[in-house]
Design a protein around this ligand. Structure first.
Ligand code: ZN
Length: 523
C-alpha cells in the first residue's frame, strides 16, 4: 500500500469515528439477510483466498485459517473449548507413503501364475503401522463381504476364511436401506467384518455398477497420495487393521482374470446381480501373494473449538455440536493447468463461514438452554480424521454431546427451496429440521442420491459411530428460480469443480442463499 493512500485512509477512518459510526450496524440491522450474506462473503473471501493455498492439513496456511476461525469466535464472545483452555485441539497424525517400486501382487494356481501391475491393475493403501508387509494365502470369494445380524444377511455363512485372504465385490445388495447399507458397505466396516471372520487379507473388486458412480480411473489418480491416520497418546493408530497383512482394490479386469484362473466367471456373478440375485461366496482354491513397503512421517494439525454456554443450569451440561471441516486439499501436484491452488470455496470455506455466522447469531441472541459447541475440524479430506479424533476424545467429556449438525459443501449457488438432512430419519432430529425449514418457508426433502452414499462421506459419520445423533445438512435440489435446475448445478459442480482449482470464488456464489441456509441451520 502506498503511503499517501494510507494517510487518506487514516483520515477517512478517524473522520468517521468522530462524526457518526456508519460502519456499525444497529443490532436489529446486523441480523438482516443482507448483513448475514455480506459477513459470509467476507469469511469466504479470506478462507478461499490464494493466500491460504488450499488449507492443506499440516500446512502453515491451514494454521492461519485455524487462527482466523479462533479469533472470530473470540470476537463473538464464545469461550475457548479446545485442549487446556485453548481454542485448539491438536490432532496427532501419521502420514504414510507407499514406496511405489515395492508394491507387488500375483496369484497362482499350481504353476500357473498371473502378475499384476500396481496402479494399472490394482491399488493398495499405504500401511500406517508397518513398513513392510508380505501376504500369502488361499483366496475365498465372499460376495459383498457383508455380515449384518440386523438385516439377517451374512456373506460369510458356510465359508471358512480363517487365516485366508478374502475377495469381495464393492457395494452392497440392492435391497439394503440407503444409510445402513452405506455403513455396511464402507471399506472400514467390510475390513472389520473380514477380520472378525479370521481373514488375514482383504481385497475388493471394482464393479460395473461402481464404474457408473465413480470410475476406477479416479482411484488410480490418487493411488500414490499419502494416507493419513490419527494416533492416540499411546501411539496406537486409529482405524488401522494390524490383523490384515495386505489389502487392495482390484480393477474389474483384474477380478475377472483371477476368477478365470480359478475356473470361475466373474461375468456370471454380475449377471446374477443384474437379475436381482445376491452373489454367493465360494473358495477360489488359488494362492495370492502381495508385498508392499511404506514410509512414515509424524505431524499434527488442530481442530478449533469454541463454546457458547447454555442458560439452563442442568441442560447446559449438554452440548449440541456444530461441525464443519476447515481443511481442503492444498495445491495440485499432478496438473498442467496454471491455477494449481485448490481454494475449496464450497468445499468447505462455505460450511465454515456459515458455521461462524451461526455462532455469531447465537451469541447475539438470548442464550439457548443447552450449550453449543462449534468445531472447525481438520483432516476431513484425509478420511474424516479431525472429527473422528474429536468424537473419540471430546474436550467436553464423553456422553455430553447430544446432537451433531454437520456442514460440508453446501452448494449455495442458487436460491434453493428445500434442504436435505442426511441421517435425520435415524434420530429425533428430523422434526427439528422440518420445523426449521418451514419457519424459513422451505421444505425438507429425502436423500435424492442414495447411490452417492453421502451419509458416510462427511464428518457427522464420526459422531454417528460414537452414538451421537447426527445430521448432515445441505441445500436441496429445489430451485426457487425456475431457470435453474438444482440437480444439474450439483452434478455440474461434481464434474467440473469438485476437488479442482476451479472450486474458487469465481463460482456464482449466491450469498443470499447462504444467509437463508444459515438461518435454517440455527432454527
Ligand atoms: Zn472435499
Amino acid at each position: 500500500m502506498k503511503q499517501s493512500i494510507l494517510v487518506t485512509l487514516l483520515v477517512v477512518l478517524f473522520g468517521c469515528q468522530q462524526s457518526e459510526p456508519v460502519n456499525i450496524l444497529p443490532k436489529n440491522q446486523s441480523q438482516t439477510d443482507a448483513a448475514i450474506a455480506s459477513r459470509i462473503e467476507a469469511h469466504m473471501d479470506f478462507l478461499a483466498s490464494d493466500f491460504l493455498r488450499g488449507r492443506q492439513t499440516g500446512s502453515q496456511e491451514y494454521n492461519i485459517a485455524a487462527s482466523y476461525v479462533a479469533t472470530q469466535m473470540q470476537q463473538y464472545g464464545l469461550e475457548p473449548a479446545g485442549s487446556d483452555g485453548s481454542w485448539y485441539q491438536e490432532v496427532p497424525l501419521i502420514k504414510s507413503t507407499l514406496i511405489q517400486e515395492s508394491v507387488k501382487l500375483s496369484v497362482n494356481k499350481g504353476a500357473d501364475q498371473l502378475n499384476f501391475t500396481f496402479i494399472d491393475d490394482f491399488i493398495t493403501p499405504a500401511n500406517p503401522i508397518s513398513i513392510e508387509d508380505i501376504l500369502q494365502g488361499e483366496v475365498v470369494f465372499v460376495g459383498y463381504g457383508i455380515d449384518s445380524q440386523a438385516l439377517q444377511y451374512n456373506d460369510y455363512a458356510n465359508l471358512d476364511v480363517q487365516g485366508k485372504i478374502v475377495i469381495a465385490l464393492r457395494g452392497r445388495p440392492y435391497q439394503f436401506p440407503s444409510e445402513v447399507g452405506a455403513h455396511l458397505a464402507s471399506g472400514t466396516t467390510k475390513s472389520e467384518t473380514a477380520i472378525k471372520h479370521g481373514a488375514v487379507g482383504f481385497f475388493q473388486i471394482h464393479t460395473p455398477e461402481m464404474e457408473n458412480i465413480r470410475k476406477f480411473e479416479s482411484y488410480q489418480k490418487y493411488a500414490l497420495e499419502p494416507a493419513y491416520h490419527w494416533q492416540d497418546p499411546d501411539g496406537n493408530v486409529a482405524e488401522s487393521f494390524p490383523e490384515l497383512k495386505g489389502s487392495g482394490y482390484l480393477s474389474t479386469e483384474t477380478g475377472a482374470a483371477i476368477f478365470e484362473l480359478a475356473g470361475f466367471s466373474l461375468e456370471g456373478v454380475f449377471t446374477d446381480i443384474d437379475n436381482k440375485l445376491n452373489p454367493q461366496g465360494f473358495a477360489l482354491n488359488i494362492q495370492l501373494n502381495m508385498e508392499r513397503q511404506t514410509q512414515h512421517e509424524n505431524l499434527s494439525s488442530p481442530n478449533v473449538v469454541g463454546k457458547l454456554v447454555g442458560s439452563e443450569p442442568l441442560l447446559k451440561q449438554e452440548y449440541v455440536v456444530y461441525s464443519a471441516h476447515l481443511d481442503h486439499i492444498g495445491v495440485e501436484s499432478h496438473s498442467e493447468v496454471d491455477d494449481k491452488i485448490n481454494n475449496g470455496a464450497l468445499d468447505n470455506a462455505s460450511g465454515v463461514s456459515v458455521m461462524l455466522e451461526t455462532a455469531r447469531r447465537f451469541a447475539e441472541q438470548e442464550r439457548p438452554k443447552r450449550s453449543i459447541l462449534f468445531v472447525a475440524v481438520t483432516a476431513e479430506e484425509k478420511g474424516l480424521l479431525g472429527s473422528s479424533y474429536f468424537a473419540t476424545n471430546p474436550t467436553v467429556g464423553a456422553d455430553k454431546m447430544v446432537a451433531n449438525i454437520n456442514l460440508d459443501m453446501p452448494l449455495i449457488l442458487y436460491p434453493f427451496g428445500d434442504v436435505i438432512a442426511f441421517g435425520s430419519e435415524h434420530s429425533t432430529l428430523s422434526s427439528a429440521v422440518e420445523n426449521a425449514a418451514s419457519k424459513n418457508a422451505i421444505k425438507l426433502s429425502p436423500d435424492p442420491m442414495p447411490e452417492q452414499v453421502l451419509f458416510v462421506r462427511s464428518d457427522h459419520y464420526s459422531f454417528v459411530k460414537r452414538g451421537v445423533p447426527s445430521i448432515y445438512l445441505v441445500p436441496g435440489f429445489d430451485s426457487k428460480d425456475p431457470s435453474i435446475n438444482g440437480k444439474e448445478v450439483f452434478n455440474l459442480f461434481l464434474e467440473k469443480h469438485y476437488h479442482q482449482p476451479s472450486d474458487d470464488l469465481q463460482l456464482p456464489i449466491n450469498y443470499t442463499a447462504a444467509a437463508l441456509f444459515t438461518k435454517v441451520n440455527q432454527d
